[in-house]
Design a protein around this ligand. Structure first.
Ligand code: GRF
Length: 192
């Protein structure tokens, strides 16, 4: 994987579909000294994504694409990314799968955060599955995005203990707290 280095901050887009707590956390991360990225664009597949409010709050450009025609939509997104000189994409709760073509054509690096200890539990309902299987640990993973869902090279991973009292909601809360530490740490690792 090509290393992203340099003194200038790398223009980054964050793709979301939901609450956007990871987005907010990444925006805070761009405010600290020595941060390697700036967030210049927020992309969503739905107007209903609550996280879009952070675009207004922090005055970041946002764009919503409905993905009714995925191929066409991806072409439009690629044009926008080029126009905005985006070189790095962070997927943060983005619920659409980007095509091989999109990944190949994007002139930069794409990473994702996933709420499980990959390669375990790709896809959705990760906490449910971990509890059902009586796992001792759950966790989160930041990985490079490739054409195969949740399968790209791992950047960093963090474990969370599952206790007898945990249910999927309580576990999701605990894991999310760790996600907010892991995502900035993974970005620092990529840029160092
Ligand atoms: C997180 O658990 C992330 O790992 C998963 O979707 C959730 C998004 O949460 N991919 P938020 O929208 O960042 O609050």
């Amino acid at each position: 994987m090509e290393k992203l280095t340099g003194l200038k901050k790398t223009k980054t887009a964050v793709f979301i579909s939901g609450k956007g707590s990871n987005l907010k956390n990444l925006i805070n991360f761009t405010k600290i000294k020595n941060t390697p990225i700036s967030i210049d664009l927020i992309v969503s597949n739905t107007h209903l994504a609550k996280g879009l409010k952070f675009a207004n709050q922090f005055k970041i450009k946002k764009k919503i694409f409905n993905f009714k025609n995925p191929e066409n939509t991806e072409k439009k997104i690629l044009l926008l990314l080029k126009k905005e000189k985006i070189k790095f994409i962070c997927l943060a709760g983005f619920m659409k799968i980007l095509s091989k073509e999109f990944i190949r054509k994007f002139n930069g690096v794409i990473i994702n955060i996933h709420p499980s200890l990959l390669p375990k539990y790709k896809g959705i309902n990760t906490h449910n599955r971990a509890i059902k299987n009586k796992d001792k640990f759950a966790g989160c993973t930041v990985h490079y995005v490739t054409a195969k869902l949740d399968s790209g090279e791992k950047v960093l991973q963090r474990k969370v203990k599952i206790t007898a009292e945990d249910n999927p909601a309580s576990l999701a809360k605990k894991v999310l707290k760790q996600e907010h530490k892991l995502y900035p740490a993974a970005i620092m690792k990529i840029f160092n």
